[in-house]
Ligand binder design. Structure first.
Ligand code: HEC
Ligand code: HEC
Length: 499
């Protein structure tokens, strides 16, 4: 069922092409009263809009998914994925509820400033569609530097650096208002989320085991927090049941592996997507705002249903993982193989793991470890469970002899201290030290230049040159390689993600 839209139209569509203030002074009082009354009745917070009797324009999202239909399994999976893709591609407009709600609610703003505030490159809304940024090399992908986002600048209603209400009366500059980050892709992201869910489950099991052992043996027990071969430090349990997670490293002390965002602070595609809709487009999902609640008072409640969000998540989760380019001839094969060997030999593979082993490829929404404000428990029938290896033709997902799935994403899903050059951000995000970043997935990188969290590396060699902190040794190793080995390593990485 489509949500009920209250069709409002901006004042510049009125027949005379006059601004609302022109109308007020040139039309007879009775006309003004009718207009004012209709505004009061229709959208008290949008004082510059008038109600249209018959809007011929349509929202960008042409079809919404209904929650009950999802619960009843009435929407065929293919159709749900189509709805998700359409929402991802849609150029969102006023009828979808897009726009800067925060600024509309500011008092004493004139019409020009309200209209200007519908889009703000720094503090958002900063795009019309998800695809506006996520499009390299195709829909769902990474983005050019032009699509960079100023993370956390979204806290300000309408940043324009005038120290006024849009800046919350604070003084900022471009470097400290938000953290500029490049757009990364969602190819293979369903597999990444599944890996993280399995790793979290392992770590929580280790914690439980330490607890049981400590109680049984009546002494403190310390266990290594290792999952899928990646060490996250250690966990100590005390006989009285207390847990000491202070030696946990590379993730939060709650032991939840958060694979999304380059900081590694988002648990799931769902958590990230809900924020994306709100911050980039001014759309609030029903599961955040509440049913039938028009949180941003733009006349559109239920801007995205629970089923809509599920649809767009499944669309993202099923985007095929990147493909490695096969070397064309024997000579280049030899070179790439040499590069593969060098990559491990100089320590790159310590963080950029050539594969992580996944036990089950069945993707199911929602993620049970989702934080409050994001669904973690919701009855979705198992016809929407998806085997992510079915119909997969990419060489970046293979099967081990034991039947497990090897996901060649080239990450360990752990945050690392990357040293001073990459500690460039002024605003700390979710208590993570600015020098720490989750190991970047390399599998699709050549299709999504530029590189590093801020896109300031346009060459592979520049990216390597920025590796310090825990990665310093591998950078120094790279610098001391022979020219032949350097070029073999670059040739190897150049095969990552070209279609
Ligand atoms: C203005 C550009 C822009 C728009 C629009 C945008 N994104 Fe993003 N997206 C980014 C950037 C930049 C990042 C990386 C953020 C970071 O590292 O903190 C990102 C990251 C993500 C991630 C995490 C991927 C990962 O592997 O960590 C998801 C999921 C995502 N976006 C989904 C969406 C969805 C869904 C929409 C539409 C509702 C959307 N994005 C709209 C720029 C954008
Ligand atoms: C200590 C862990 C660690 C080691 C060791 C390491 N990296 Fe990285 N690598 C990272 C992290 C974290 C990032 C993302 C940093 C950022 O964006 O600021 C990254 C980013 C990259 C990128 C950029 C990818 C992109 O799409 O932006 C490349 C290329 C890369 N690493 C290659 C290498 C090579 C080659 C080596 C060995 C010489 C290496 N790395 C060693 C952790 C590591």
């Amino acid at each position: 069922m489509m949500p009920v839209y209250k069709f409002v139209r901006p004042y510049w569509n009125n027949p005379e092409g006059l601004t609302f203030s022109d109308v007020r002074f040139t039309f007879p009082l009775i006309v003004v009263s009718v207009i004012v009354l209709s505004i009061v009745l229709s959208c008290s917070s949008n004082d510059y809009q008038v109600e249209s009797v018959a809007s011929v324009e349509s929202p960008g999202i042409v079809r919404h998914a209904n929650n009950q239909d999802l619960k009843d399994g009435k929407i065929p999976l293919e159709e749900l994925l189509d709805i998700g893709e359409q929402i991802f591609r849609a150029s969102l407009n006023t009828l979808d509820g897009a726009g800067n709600s925060k600024t509309r609610l500011l008092p004493n703003q004139d019409n020009i400033s309200k209209i200007n505030a519908r889009f703000n490159r720094i503090s958002g809304p900063d795009a019309n569609s998800c695809m506006g940024c996520h499009n390299l090399p195709s829909v769902g992908g990474g983005g050019d530097n032009v699509a960079n986002v100023f993370v956390l600048a979204h806290e300000f209603p309408n940043a324009n650096f005038d120290k006024g209400p849009g800046d919350l009366y604070e003084t900022h500059n471009l470097l400290d208002i938000g953290n500029e980050r490049g757009t990364i892709s969602m190819f293979g992201s369903g597999l990444i989320e599944l890996l993280a869910r399995e790793m979290t489950t392992d770590l929580l099991t280790i914690r439980d085991n330490a607890k049981i052992q400590a109680m049984e043996e009546d002494r403190p027990v310390t266990l290594p927090a290792i999952t899928k071969g990646v060490s996250f430090g250690e966990i100590t349990a005390w006989p009285d049941g207390l847990i000491d997670n202070s030696k946990i490293e590379g993730i939060d002390e709650d032991l939840i592996v958060r694979p999304f965002s380059q900081k590694g602070v988002y648990t799931s595609l769902r958590e990230f997507t809900l924020d994306s809709f709100n911050l980039h487009h001014g759309l609030q999902a029903e599961e955040r705002a509440g049913s039938d609640i028009d949180a941003d008072q733009d006349g559109v409640p239920n801007e995205l249903t629970i089923a809509d969000i599920t649809a767009i998540i499944l669309f993202q989760a099923t985007l095929e993982a990147p493909t490695f380019l096969e070397p064309k001839n024997e000579a280049s094969k030899e070179k790439v193989n040499r590069g593969d060997w060098v990559f491990s030999d100089i320590g790159c593979a310590v963080c950029h793991r050539p594969y992580l082993e996944l036990e089950s490829p069945i993707y199911r929404e929602p993620n049970p470890f989702n934080p409050a404000g994001t669904l973690s428990d919701y009855p979705i029938p198992d016809i929407y469970d998806i085997d992510l290896t079915k119909n997969s033709s990419t060489n970046s997902v293979t099967r081990s002899r034991e039947g497990t799935i090897l996901v060649h994403a080239f990450t360990d899903l752990k945050r690392h201290d990357m040293g001073p050059i990459l500690a460039n951000e002024n605003r700390e995000q979710r208590f993570v030290d600015p020098a720490y970043w989750i190991t970047k997935k390399l599998w699709g990188m050549m299709s999504e230049p530029p590189f590093m969290h801020h896109g300031r590396a346009t060459l592979i060699e520049e990216a390597i040159g920025m590796h310090m902190g825990e990665a310093n040794e591998s950078r120094l190793n790279y610098m001391s390689l022979s020219d032949a080995d350097k070029s073999a390593l670059i040739a190897y990485i150049s095969t990552f993600g070209r279609k």
